[in-house]
Design a protein around this ligand. Structure first.
Ligand code: TXA
Ligand code: MG
Length: 320
């Protein structure tokens, strides 16, 4: 969504620049929350060592307390202070950070707020590739940020500042507008073990891209021990019903096309999964705003980025 005039733009949205980054840091330092753009989706950031700020993230999102948060770090080398990094994890860090990869590793004892998953033996870490990272480093900021996607729990992740404002209005002091996120779906989450890794959440980095580093990449074979909403059947859900693998359009439906299945709105007429991922959440939100009853979605390839798109669509279509 774009605003027709600046007058319509919510006052808490500020363009990404040195001034808004400095304002964001002041808010974080004071225990407030800031919405920040990343290369995947927008996040709702809190100082990870501030219990009250982290509790506020859970309250604002309506997020179940048992769903842990990802600790976002500014520099790849900070991982070792928070978690045990084995050789496999280090090779992935070297290859993909900063970037859209989250690693679940055995946690170390730290000063981080225990509210965001402190009862687990593991911690999820990510070093995002973002416009504010360098500025935060230069300012001397050192604390990790707990930062879930900046949407109401169970709903569609935001890929623009306007999406964040649509979910939270002025309940967040500052939303930094870095434009539409390049990736469009969340980071890929890998749990690292000795000699193998488990793909907990397909995401912006395609599973195939790990082949040079992970010879044994597994899918979770049992229900995850932590029942995280991100892994629950119904999640990433628009208000509209969703029908998958549609090649025709039925009464009362709008068809979200892909490639040759043109549809009313096409995720990528070239059949490019990266373009489709970039458009996915914006189009779902757009159709929801229009009050569409059922969104029928064309078949999407089940490899590359298509794996993440199919995963999110399956959850969007699940019974609620
Ligand atoms: O791209 C992203 O990862 C975005 C941007 C903002 O960085 N963040 C994001 O966070 O998607 P969130 O909280 O919406 O999703 C994090 C997922 C959840 O499914 C959570 O259950 C899982 O990561 N997670 C966090 N800590 C975990 C852990 N220790 N073990 C297993 N899963 C974990
Ligand atoms: Mg989320």
């Amino acid at each position: 969504m774009t605003y027709v005039t600046d007058v319509m733009k919510p006052k808490n949205i500020k363009l990404a620049d040195e001034t808004s980054f400095a304002a964001a840091l002041k808010i974080l330092r004071d225990g407030g929350l800031v919405a920040l753009p990343t290369e995947t989706v927008y996040g709702l950031a809190a100082d990870a060592s501030n219990d009250a700020a982290v509790a506020h993230v859970y309250a604002l999102k309506g997020r179940p307390a048992h769903n842990p948060l990802i600790a976002h770090i500014l520099r790849p080398e900070e991982a070792g202070a928070l978690a045990h990094v084995n050789a496999l994890a280090q090779s992935l860090i070297d290859a993909f950070w900063p970037g859209p990869l989250t690693l679940v590793l055995p946690r170390k004892n730290t000063e981080l707020s225990q509210i965001a998953g402190g009862w687990l033996p593991t911690i999820a870490l990510r070093c995002p590739d973002t416009v504010w990272r360098e500025a935060f480093i230069k300012s001397g900021w050192t604390s990790p940020l707990f930062m879930p996607s900046a949407n109401l729990s169970g709903r569609i992740s935001p890929t623009t500042a306007a999406h964040v404002a649509a979910d939270f209005g002025d309940k967040i002091n500052l939303i930094i507008d870095g434009g539409a996120c390049s990736g469009g779906v969340e980071s890929t989450v890998l749990q690292i073990h000795e000699g193998h890794a488990v793909l907990l959440r397909p995401g912006t980095i395609a599973a195939e891209d790990f082949a040079p580093f992970v010879t044994d990449l597994r899918l979770p074979d049992t229900a995850p021990i932590i029942s995280a909403p991100g892994m629950l059947a119904s999640h990433y859900a628009p208000r509209a019903k969703v029908r998958l693998n549609a090649i025709d359009v039925r009464e009362g439906e709008v068809l979200l096309g892909f490639g040759a299945v043109m549809g009313d709105l096409n995720l990528s007429s070239l059949g490019d999964c990266a373009e489709a991922a970039h458009n996915l959440y914006d189009y779902l939100r757009r159709l929801d705003r229009e009050g569409v009853q059922t969104i029928a979605v064309a078949p999407i390839p089940k490899h590359g980025l298509g794996l993440a798109i199919n995963d999110r669509l399956k959850r969007a279509a699940a019974d609620r």
